[in-house]
Each structure stands twice: as structure tokens, then as C-alpha cells.
Design a protein around this ligand. Sequence first.
Ligand SMILES: NC(=O)c1ccc[n+]([C@@H]2O[C@H](COP(=O)([O-])OP(=O)(O)OC[C@H]3O[C@@H](n4cnc5c(N)ncnc54)[C@H](OP(=O)(O)O)[C@@H]3O)[C@@H](O)[C@H]2O)c1
Length: 178
Amino acid sequence: MSEKNTPRTWIITGATAGLGQALAEAALEAGENVVGTARRPERFGRLRERFGERLVPVEHDVRDTGAAAAVVGRAVDRFGGVDVLVNNAGVGQVGAAEEVTDGELHDMLAQHLLGPAALVRAVLPLMRRARAGAIVQMLSYGVVSGAMLLWIVYCRIVVELLAAVFRAAAVISNSQGQ
Ligand SMILES: NC(=O)c1ccc[n+]([C@@H]2O[C@H](COP(=O)([O-])OP(=O)(O)OC[C@H]3O[C@@H](n4cnc5c(N)ncnc54)[C@H](OP(=O)(O)O)[C@@H]3O)[C@@H](O)[C@H]2O)c1
């Protein structure tokens, strides 16, 4: 919870399993509000039972960039704004580099670049107006290590995304200083 004891509002994509679910649970346990997304929102059952209406489950495929603004709109309608966006939803692509198809590449771009970028675009005007906000982008240690050839495509995409998020964050912090 924030210093003023006012709960913050988080949007966490892919919050029904793994890291996203753990983060959602931690935020809810700390008294925060969470808008959690997944393609199968029925898997929010346990968290909904525990935390009730402080968790808003939203069915959204992160590749559907046209629906990003509606996800943000759900947070605004229910909680009045967005303090933290966590771009977490994603899947790994494993295979030999020469076997990756165009379709698989497009899918990775949609999952890890276009989808998260659409959500960043949708929250930034709110965060600029509020002169505050945080955008968290889940990445992979493989980006740093570059250890596995199979992950080159994924790593390249997330490096680009990381750079974009940093630029967006710089814009928010510049506006805070004005
Ligand atoms: N775990 C690792 O070792 C590792 C390593 C490197 C990077 N990462 C990154 O960390 C993030 C979380 O990984 P994880 O292992 O915790 O994932 P996970 O356990 O597989 O959970 C993925 C979550 O994302 C949702 N999801 C998957 N595809 C989606 C889509 N197209 N649209 C919306 N939601 C989607 C899933 O729900 P639905 O299937 O119902 O949509 C689920 O809630 C990912 O971005 C992953 O690339 C993880």
C-alpha cells in the first residue's frame, strides 16, 4: 500500500499463473487493487474468493491490441486510475533458430512487443496527468546472458521493448520534474 495508506491500482497481465499470479497475490495481500488479465479468467477463482472485489478479472488476449484501452478503462471505471502496469503475460518460444516460422515470429511480436506496447500507450496519458506511475516489463535473464541460440529472437524483441519502456518512463519522470 502507498505511504498515504491509499491503495494503488495495478494492472497485471497474465495474472492467473506463475509470476503474474504471485505478484497479484502479493499486491492484494498488501491491500492494493488489481485488475488481472488472462485468456481464461475463470482461473482467478481462488484469488477472487480471497480478495473479492479488489480483484477485477478481465478476459483479454494480450495480442489483441485493439482491446488494450478497454482493459485500462476497466481499471479507471472500477478504481479511478492506474498506478502500476505490469506487462507480464507471455510465453516462451523454443526451437532451433532456422526452424522458426513467420507465423511464430509474428506471434512473438504480438505477445511481447505489440501487445505490451498497446497497454503502455493506453496507460501513459493517465500517468502523465497524474505525474506518477510505474510500468514494469517482465523480461528474461536470457536477454542479459544471450546464452542460448534458441532464444535470440525472443531476446531481441524484449530488448527493444525494454528500451521503449525506459523511454516511456523517462517521459513520466520528466513531467514529474516540470
Ligand atoms: N518462468 C520463467 O522461467 C521465465 C523466464 C523468462 C521470462 N519469463 C517471462 O515472465 C513472464 C511470466 O512467465 P511465467 O513463467 O510466470 O508464465 P506462466 O506461468 O506460463 O503464466 C502465464 C500467464 O500469462 C497468461 N497468458 C499467456 N498467454 C497470454 C496471452 N496471449 N494473453 C493474455 N494472457 C496470457 C496465462 O493465462 P492464460 O493462458 O489463461 O492466458 C497465465 O496467466 C512471461 O512474460 C515470460 O516470458 C518467464
